[in-house]
Design a protein around this ligand. Structure first.
Ligand code: APR
Length: 245
């Protein structure tokens, strides 16, 4: 059996499948990945996402953050890979999506159970009162944006370098890693900790690892059982078509 048919049969038989996604699933939506020659960190200084730099230079950091995450990414729409995962969930073939992405595209495609391991850029949080605001309700004209209630500088509700993983997402992701029969990795390098531990935990609990990525990742020759070399959109479309037939 070829790798594609094996992946489809494994997904069909699985009683608990969890998807684990990274920047690669959103590349076909026009969002560049972080690493690599076309990656964000080859163009921008990652220090704007360092938590200490942010609090010490909020206006400067916000200028770059607005350009990357709101002016540019803000317009991205879900692609066929996001829709395919939402379809699988609706059909009872997918328990949850754990995503490292902060772009909200899984939710926009219709996925219901999404654990945001690194948070979500569509919300802003007030570090003083803890209140969260939808970014649509806050003007980003004058920077930095401030909490309408106490005037503290608002921070995007995604995690910066130096911050911890949101506790609920961390706990739910570990539960998925303990329970899943199949982990479906899509578009992630496996180089960023602690996220990269989740698929490894799943493998230690006997999950079958299926991976979709045009380039081999840190997982491919380490924990991946079935490697589908290719882009997320096309590969997921074909998988869902087969699963329906
Ligand atoms: N389809 C699937 N995968 C793709 C595609 C595509 N069309 N295009 C690129 N990829 C793959 C790349 O081969 C690479 O393995 O997506 C991966 C993107 O890698 P990274 O940019 O490193 O993204 P990721 O692993 O999600 O990064 C994790 O790093 O800086 C942090 O918090 C940030 O969540 C991010 C984390």
């Amino acid at each position: 059996m070829d790798a594609f048919s094996e992946a489809v049969e494994t997904l069909r038989k699985s009683k608990h499948t969890t998807a684990f996604t990274g920047a690669g699933i959103s590349v076909e939506s026009g969002i560049p990945p972080f690493r690599g020659p076309e990656g964000l960190w080859s163009k921008y200084d990652p220090r704007v996402l360092d938590i200490d730099y942010f609090y010490n230079h909020p206006a400067e950091a916000w200028k770059v953050i607005r350009e990357i995450f709101y002016d540019f990414f803000g317009k991205a729409k879900p692609n066929p890979a996001h829709f395919a995962l939402a379809d699988m969930e609706k059909a009872g073939l997918l328990s949850a999506v754990i995503t490292q992405n902060i772009d909200n595209l899984h939710q926009e495609a219709g996925s219901k159970t999404v654990y945001e391991y690194h948070g979500n850029s569509k919300r802003l949080v007030c570090p003083k009162c803890g209140k969260k605001w939808s970014v649509d309700k806050i003007s980003l004209e004058d920077l930095p944006p401030r909490c309408p209630e106490d005037q503290a500088v608002l921070k995007p509700d995604f995690i910066f370098f130096g911050e911890g993983i949101p506790p609920l997402a961390a706990r739910k992701s570990e539960e998925e890693a303990y329970q899943a029969e199949v982990f479906l990795l899509i578009g992630t390098t496996g180089e960023v900790m602690p996220a990269a531990m989740i698929p490894r935990m799943a493998r230690n609990h006997d999950a079958v690892i299926i991976e979709i990525n045009p380039q081999p990742s840190a997982y491919t020759y380490d924990i991946t059982d079935i490697y589908l070399r290719g882009k997320a959109g096309d590969t997921m479309n074909r998988i869902v078509r087969e699963l329906r037939s």
